[in-house]
Design a protein around this ligand. Structure first.
Ligand SMILES: Cc1cc2nc3c(=O)[nH]c(=O)nc-3n(C[C@H](O)[C@H](O)[C@H](O)COP(=O)(O)OP(=O)(O)OC[C@H]3O[C@@H](n4cnc5c(N)ncnc54)[C@H](O)[C@@H]3O)c2cc1C
Length: 483
C-alpha cells in the first residue's frame, strides 16, 4: 500500500467550506455530523469553530466541524464521517498542550473530549476508569476519600485532561520517584482511523503503550483504566540555594548516589527565581545562581527524615545552603513558587516558547550555561527550570510578537534543541513533539529509526488521517514509502 499523507490527509478534501445561509452548516462534513449526531454535539458555526484551532502555544487551521462527543459511539460516528469526507481528525482535551499537538495542521474534524467526563473509582482494585475528558485533578479528588491518589502531576493538572495526558505521556515534579502518566495506565480504549473500537491491556506488544505519547496520531483514546496508590504518610520539603547551576546538578547527583529517592527534585535558574519573586515575594533567594526544591516522602517518618538529611548533606557538600520548610504552610509556599512559574513569566513577555529537552544529568551544568549564552546572544529573555532529577529542562524563550520576530524565536528554539542533541539528549521529556519540535526531528532521530516510526504510523493510520503534520517530518513519507 502506498502512503502519502501529503496527498491524502494533508489535503482538505470534499469538506472545504462553501458559502452558507444563516444557521446552516457551511460544509458537507458539518452538515452530515449535525444530521447524525444532532446539533447539540456539533459546532458548525465558523465563529465557534475558530476557538478550536489552537493549543497553549500555537494557532492552526480552523476546523470544518467540531464534535463534542459524549461517549465512544459518538466518536465512532464522527471518525467515520471524517473518513467519508476524506479529512483529518484531531483529538483535543483542554488544549493546554505546549507543542502544538491539538492545533489542527489542516481544516478537518476536531473531536473535543471535554464532555466525556465519566469517572469511576474501584478502591478494592486501586483503579479508576476515566473517560478521556476527565480533568487530571478530578481523579485524585475522587480517589482521596478512598485513601488513594493518582500521582501524575503536570502543573496544568487543574485543567488538563486524561486524554491529553495520555496523548503527551505527561509528567510532573513527582515523576522522579513515581513515574509519568504511562506508568499509571493499566489499559485503555481507543478508536482507530476507521472508527473501529479497541480495548487494550498492557500485554504482549503493549499496543496501549504505543498509543501513550503518540499525540493523537495513532488513535483516539476514549477511556483509560488508571492505577491508584495510597498517598505517602509523611513529606518533608527543603530549598537549597547555589552560587551556580553546576553546584546544583552536582548536589542532585550526590544525593541520588546516597541511595535516597526524593519524590521531587525541581530546579530553577536565577532568572526564573527572580521572576517568581517579583510576582509573589515569597522570600526566595534572589542572589542564588540556582535553587533546588526537594521533597522526600514515605510512610516511615524516620526514613523520610533520613533521606532529607542525606539530600541536605549532598547540597552542602556541593557548596549550597539549605533551608528546611518548618511547617506545612512553609512547604506549600515553596511549592507555590514552583507552580507560579508560568504566570510569573507571563508578566515579563506575553508569550513564551516552552522547550522540554532531556539531557544526561552530568551534562546539565554545561547545557544550562550554553543555553544561557544563546539567550544572551539572541537578546531574547530565556528562563530555565525543570525536573532536574530526570535531566528534564524547560528553557523558556519569552517574547512579545509585536516587538520580536517569530523567526528569531524559532531560530533560538532550534539552537537550544541542537544543544540537547549534541549532549546526547532528546527533544521532549513530557510536552511532546507536536508541530513545534517536528522540524528538528531529522537532526534528533536517525533515518532508520524515523523510517521505523513511519512504519508504525502507516500500520495504524494508513491514510494518514489522524492528526497529520505532527511529530514525523513529512518528507520521510516519500523517502520511505512502500509500494
Ligand atoms: C501552565 C502549564 C503548565 C504545564 N505543565 C506541564 C507539566 O508539568 N508537565 C507536562 O507534562 N505538561 C505540562 N503542560 C503541558 C500540557 O498541560 C500537557 O501536555 C497535558 O497533558 C495536555 O493535556 P490537554 O488535555 O490540555 O491536551 P491537549 O493540549 O488538548 O492535547 C494534547 C495532545 O494530545 C492529543 N489528544 C488529546 N486528547 C486525546 C485523546 N482523547 N486521544 C488521543 N489524543 C488526544 C492532542 O491531539 C494533542 O496532540 C503544561 C501546560 C501549561 C499551559
Amino acid at each position: 500500500m502506498s502512503f502519502s499523507p501529503r496527498k491524502t490527509a494533508l489535503t482538505p478534501g470534499s469538506g472545504a467550506p462553501k458559502p452558507r445561509s444563516k444557521g446552516t452548516p457551511d460544509n458537507p462534513l458539518a452538515a452530515e455530523l449535525t444530521r447524525s449526531l444532532g446539533p447539540r454535539k456539533v459546532l458548525s458555526n465558523p465563529s465557534e469553530r475558530r476557538n478550536y484551532r489552537y493549543d497553549a502555544i500555537q494557532f492552526g487551521a480552523t476546523p470544518l466541524a467540531v464534535v463534542l462527543p459524549e461517549n465512544t459511539a459518538d466518536v465512532v460516528t464522527a471518525v467515520r464521517a471524517a473518513r467519508a469526507a476524506g479529512v483529518p481528525v484531531v483529538g483535543r482535551g483542554a488544549a493546554s498542550g505546549l507543542s502544538g499537538g491539538a492545533a489542527p495542521a489542516l481544516p478537518g474534524l476536531v473531536l473535543s473530549f471535554t464532555r466525556m467526563t465519566r469517572l469511576e473509582v474501584f478502591p478494592q482494585r486501586r483503579e479508576a476508569r476515566a473517560q478521556a475528558g476527565v480533568v487530571t485533578l478530578s481523579v485524585t479528588e475522587a480517589a482521596r476519600p478512598h485513601g488513594l491518589i493518582y500521582p501524575p502531576d503536570p502543573a496544568s493538572f487543574r485543567t488538563s485532561t486524561i486524554g491529553g495526558n495520555l496523548g503527551e505521556n505527561a509528567g510532573g515534579p513527582l515523576c522522579f520517584k513515581y513515574g509519568v502518566t504511562g506508568d499509571y495506565v493499566k489499559g485503555l480504549q481507543f478508536v482507530d482511523a476507521d472508527g473501529d473500537v479497541y480495548e487494550l491491556t498492557r500485554d504482549a506488544y503493549d499496543l496501549a503503550g504505543l498509543l501513550i505519547g503518540s499525540e493523537g496520531t495513532l488513535g483516539l483514546i476514549t477511556e483509560a483504566t488508571l492505577r491508584l496508590t495510597p498517598p505517602p504518610k509523611y513529606t518533608r520539603t527543603l530549598l537549597a540555594s547555589f552560587a551556580e547551576v553546576g553546584e546544583c546538578a552536582e548536589a542532585v547527583s550526590r544525593a541520588i548516589a546516597t541511595g535516597a529517592v526524593p519524590a521531587k527534585l525541581e530546579f530553577m535558574d536565577a532568572a526564573c527565581t527572580n521572576a517568581v519573586e517579583d510576582y509573589l515575594a515569597l522570600g526566595l533567594p534572589r542572589d542564588a545562581g540556582a535553587v533546588l526544591l526537594v521533597d522526600t516522602d514515605g510512610d516511615d517518618l524516620e526514613t523520610v527524615e533520613e533521606e532529607r538529611a542525606l539530600v541536605e548533606a549532598a547540597c552542602r557538600e556541593a557548596g549550597g545552603t539549605v533551608r528546611r520548610a518548618a511547617t506545612d504552610a512553609e512547604a506549600a509556599a515553596l511549592w507555590q513558587a514552583r507552580r507560579s512559574v508560568s504566570p510569573a513569566l507571563g508578566r515579563i513577555r506575553p508569550q513564551r516558547m516552552n522547550e522540554d529537552i532531556v539531557v544526561p544529568r552530568s551534562a546539565l551544568p554545561e547545557v544550562v550555561r550554553e543555553i544561557r549564552a544563546l539567550g544572551d546572544a539572541s537578546g531574547l529573555p530565556v528562563v530555565q527550570f525543570g525536573h532536574i532529577g530526570d535531566g528534564n529542562l524547560h528553557p523558556n524563550i519569552l517574547f512579545d510578537p509585536r516587538r520580536e520576530s517569530s523567526e528569531a524565536v524559532h531560530d533560538l528554539a532550534h539552537r537550544i534543541a541542537l544543544v540537547a542533541i549534541r549532549h546526547g539528549g532528546v527533544l521532549s521529556g513530557e510536552h511532546g513533539i507536536g508541530t513545534m519540535k517536528r522540524p528538528f526531528m531529522r537532526e534528533a532521530v536517525d533515518p532508520v529509526t524515523l523510517a521505523a516510526l513511519w512504519d508504525v504510523k502507516r500500520a495504524l493510520d494508513p491514510a494518514g488521517r489522524l492528526n497529520p503534520g505532527k511529530i514525523l517530518p513529512d518528507e520521510d513519507v516519500e523517502a520511505h514509502a512502500h509500494p
